[in-house]
Design a protein around this ligand. Structure first.
Ligand code: GLY
Length: 556
């Protein structure tokens, strides 16, 4: 493949499953099968998404969840679009500086243990999605997860998630070690993981809907757990949680329509801004992943993330400049300083410092139903295994989404993001997210043909991953599987560096980028975990899972 680095491990066009009627692309065979079963039983694409989501809470516990939140984007075959925000929320007793220690230093309590956990939104989100788009009975969609929680055979992805530092952190909480380290050890491939307490919790949700989680015995156990460990989630937090339908963002790019998430996701805003910033540049005429191509993307991301980090937050709490930031005029204004030859230092855009870690946390799945409805869902506990805390007696692993807030002015969060006042902690507020479930149409008409359904894991790198996959397809005419296999680059304003995946840079490109004034940093691990579905001109569906971590697309 022209432009592929010599030592890049993933072949062009790798992966992918074709089918004529319907497709479910997730991280996991069990989850994809559960989704397909729901579709075959006459369920809607949203029904399948609900069944998949509960199944992933069992078999992909590092990111699938009951104790976290997520975002769902749907487009029906008739052209109706809707996005559901079931992002977790700060507890009502949360305070702005709750993670700032003596001397203004950030503590690690936004990442580990009770205080890190925000009020989970996943169960209410699935209920809300079902109320609007469901066909099959709720119980039938939760039931497969109950069965999986009684025992499923452990696969490679689960084992790869149990890396030493995570195992050490899980051991800090006996309730977590009991679930994920049965007998005190990391289970082996082919063994069966049994989660009877999670099965009982799921059975309660199956029978009582969200009341099986937000009220009654499970809620009591969550609140007791918080009291024991100094966490903040109270009965009132759980009982008052609401998922919110929001109007999706729509972007025109190269003759296509991109439908994506509005705030509190920053994904859609950054995607829109990046598209507008790069609109004047003919990317298709550039050497794909040559220095000028990477330089221009980095310059666009740098500007878009500067705005994102300072100006975005929960639209229910802060007046957001979404319309301004997503307008072509703002892109034109922001883009005036972009030089084709020289990097603009991030300090000249906004002067702050940062430093981040890598991560593929979060999970995404894409579904196209037999009637042509499309659903893209990204859910998260934030980092792998979230707070690492399983609520005793429930099997429910809680998120550490609180770290996605601006934990203290000028200090980076886990992902190295230095964020602003708009994303400061407030009681009941949602923290800014990068989750970017996205649907692309084949032309600019709102009722245009479905082209791609996609999303990814990866913290802020989700957004740059999605842009690169889409740009490779829409600007460079690449097939979807090749675009997903291709090396990725990232810039988030601060730190002021172009990050690239190991062995992802072609010979000579790094030197040229440095001569333009960029810092270029090879990261230790590949990132992103895209699960996508493409539709070709004959209406054939192709499900593609990212080769970096694998996954299973199942169609019929
Ligand atoms: N927790 C990662 C995100 O939502 O951006």
């Amino acid at each position: 493949m022209r432009g592929w680095p010599d030592r890049w491990p993933y072949p062009a066009g790798s992966g992918g499953v074709s089918a004529p009627t319907a497709m479910v692309a997730t991280t996991d065979r069990y989850a994809s099968d559960v989704g397909v079963a729901a579709l075959r039983a006459g369920g809607s694409a949203v029904d399948a998404a609900i069944a998949v989501s509960f199944a992933l809470a069992v078999v992909n516990p590092e990111a699938g969840n009951l104790g976290g939140g997520g975002l769902l984007l749907v487009r029906t075959a008739e052209g109706e679009v809707a996005s559901l925000d079931f992002r977790s929320r700060a507890p009502l007793s949360a305070t702005r500086d709750m993670f700032v220690g003596p001397g203004g230093v950030a503590t690690d309590r936004s990442l580990h243990g009770h205080l890190a956990a925000a009020v989970p939104g996943s169960v209410q989100g699935m209920w809300e999605a079902h109320s609007r788009f469901g066909i099959l009975p709720w119980a039938a969609l939760v039931e497969p997860a109950v069965g999986l929680a009684m025992g499923f055979v452990i696969g490679k992805r689960f084992l790869r998630s149990l890396i030493a530092p995570i195992v050490d952190e899980l051991r800090r909480f006996p309730s977590s070690a009991t679930v994920f380290l049965p007998g005190g050890r990391v289970p082996g491939a082919g063994e069966t993981l049994r989660q009877p307490e999670l099965a009982a919790t799921l059975a309660g949700i199956r029978d009582a809907g969200p009341d099986g989680f937000y009220r009654g015995a499970t809620a009591d156990r969550i609140v007791d757990e918080m009291r024991r460990g100094g966490g903040l989630i109270a009965h009132e937090d759980l009982a008052s949680y609401e998922a919110v339908w929001r109007d999706p963002l729509t972007i025109s790019y190269r003759g296509h329509t991109i439908i994506t998430m509005p705030p509190p996701s920053s994904g859609g805003v950054v995607l829109a801004q990046t598209s507008h910033l790069l609109d004047p540049f003919s990317l298709s005429a550039l050497d794909w992943q040559g220095a000028e191509h990477i330089h221009l993307m980095a310059e666009a991301w740098k500007r878009a993330f500067a705005d994102r980090n300072q100006r975005l937050g929960d639209p229910d709490f802060v007046h957001l400049p979404t319309e301004e930031l997503t307008s072509p005029e703002h892109g034109e204004l922001r883009g005036r300083g972009i030089s084709r030859e020289r990097a603009t230092p991030s300090g000249e855009i906004v002067a702050l410092k940062g430093g981040g870690r890598e991560g593929n946390h979060t999970t995404h799945f894409s579904i196209v139903g037999p009637d042509g409805d499309a659903v893209a869902v990204t859910t998260t506990l934030n980092t792998w295994y979230g707070s690492k805390l399983v609520v005793e007696g429930t099997g429910v692993l809680l998120n550490n989404d609180m770290d996605d807030f601006t934990i203290a002015s000028g200090l980076p969060n886990y992902f190295g993001l230095i964020q602003g006042e708009a994303n400061a902690i407030e009681p009941g507020k949602r923290m800014l997210s990068a989750m970017t479930p996205t649907i692309v149409l084949g032309d600019e008409r709102p009722d245009g043909p479905l082209l791609i359904v996609l999303g990814s894991a990866g913290g802020p790198r989700i957004i740059t991953t999605i842009f690169q996959v889409l740009s490779s397809v829409l600007d460079h005419g690449m097939d979807l599987a090749t675009a997903i296999s291709a090396p990725r680059f990232h810039h988030q304003h601060l730190p002021d560096e172009i990050a690239h995946e190991p062995n992802g840079l072609r010979a000579g490109v790094g030197e040229r980028l440095r001569s333009m004034g960029h810092q270029v940093v090879a990261k230790e691990e590949a990132w992103g975990d895209v699960h996508a579905i493409g539709v070709n001109e004959h209406g054939v569906l192709r499900g593609v899972s990212d080769p970096r971590r694998g996954g299973v697309a199942v169609g019929f």
